[in-house]
Design a protein around this ligand. Structure first.
Ligand code: UT7
Length: 328
């Protein structure tokens, strides 16, 4: 009997943004029609966001995921029927059940492998990657599609200017496979449910009705403070776990929520911003999709090369956070 593989590596990446792009000015006009005041200047200065993409009515997380997965499979030179595990990180699933991963599997034209969703909001992709890595290394799977896909436009409150200007839709995916060489070097996940209330969609469905508020609520300042703190902590500990230092990191790929948080993380790690992948200006905050989308952008534009050391960091509702250090 073969021993389980000791390592996993990313064989290919893919990303997809729905075609409808809204600039800050487009949003300013849309909100002005409702008597709500905001400005391009405020959004850019406080967040770094200049535009976001929204999915058309009827386009779901599985549809965005499908496009990202096709591109990742293509980049890896693999077919969907060679995948025996699909993990989708999403907080905006197509339906309550079945999982978006199972729906995606059918859309990919394959069946039989494991498929499930991971719900860790903006940390979802690092959670999903960690789970898929463990399943491959223990021999439960051989080749996985790990996906972050979100349609946050569906859960935004367009009467709340403090949140609706921040988020966008999109999907990113990687093909993760067993490998003789690393690969993923170290992973680290955390949660602190005591802070559930600072970023949540508190509503649910019961007895055929929506109970509670089904739209996103966020205490931005509380999230900001906690994010800066835990991202610094988790970056240090995942590096220690892998026996590496910040000097070894070629590219930091943080969750894309706010460029000020990214500046703070880079500064604490003494990394120049030239080594941080920043896509928040064009994508907005796409929650679980933001890290794989940023990864794919920097792979396709040639910044990230094979052999580079990457630090992926997520933070979000739960409160959840985590990091993955890997050799690409
Ligand atoms: O993805 C999960 C992780 N999420 C995050 O990491 C988000 C973390 N938080 C943030 O990024 C920031 O806290 C925000 C971007 C959400 C807000 O930035 P801030 O610098 O913390 O602003 P603030 O909440 O302190 O608001 C400052 C002012 C307030 O007015 P007053 O009270 O000073 O008169 C707000 O009412 O800005 C006002 N404001 C706006 N003005 C124009 C809030 N939203 C807007 C807006 N347009 N869209």
């Amino acid at each position: 009997m073969n021993a389980p593989p000791r390592h996993t590596r990313i064989a290919g990446t893919g990303g997809y943004l729905p075609p409808q792009r809204l600039s800050n000015d487009d949003l300013v006009q849309r909100l002005a029609a409702k008597g709500i005041e905001t400005s391009d200047e405020w959004i850019v200065e406080r967040t770094g966001i200049r535009a976001r993409h929204f999915a058309a009515d009827g386009v779901n997380a599985s549809d965005l995921a499908l496009e990202a997965c096709r591109r990742a499979l293509d980049a890896a030179g693999r077919r969907a029927d060679e995948i025996d595990l699909i993990v989708v990180a999403t907080s905006t699933p197509d339906m309550m059940f079945p999982s978006t991963a199972a729906i995606l599997q059918a859309k990919l034209g394959t069946h039989g492998g494991a498929a499930f969703d991971v719900q860790a909001v903006c940390s979802g992709f690092v959670y999903a990657l960690t789970v898929a890595d463990a399943m491959i290394r223990t021999g439960s799977a051989t080749r996985a599609l790990v996906v972050g896909s979100e349609v946050f436009s569906r859960i935004l409150d367009f009467d709340d200017r403090t949140t609706c200007v921040l988020f966008g839709d999109g999907a990113g995916a990687v093909v993760l496979e067993a490998s003789d060489t690393p690969g993923l070097l170290a992973t680290e996940l955390h949660a602190d449910g005591r802070h559930a209330g600072i970023l949540c969609v508190p509503g649910t469905v019961a007895g055929g009705r929506v109970l509670g508020d089904p739209l996103l609520k966020m205490d931005g300042q509380a999230v900001f403070k906690l994010a800066v703190h835990v991202l610094d902590e988790v970056a240090r500990s995942v590096l220690v776990k892998a026996g590496r230092s910040a000097d070894d990191v070629d590219w930091l790929i943080p969750h894309q929520a706010n460029v000020r948080i990214m500046h703070s993380t880079a500064k604490r790690m003494k990394l120049p911003m030239e080594r941080v992948v920043v896509t928040v200006a064009d994508h907005g905050n796409t929650s679980a999709a933001s890290i794989p989308l940023a990864l794919d952008v920097a792979v396709r534009d040639g910044r990230i090369r094979r052999g580079d050391t990457l630090l992926l960091e997520g933070v979000g509702g739960g409160f959840t956070w985590g990091a993955v250090l890997l050799e690409f």
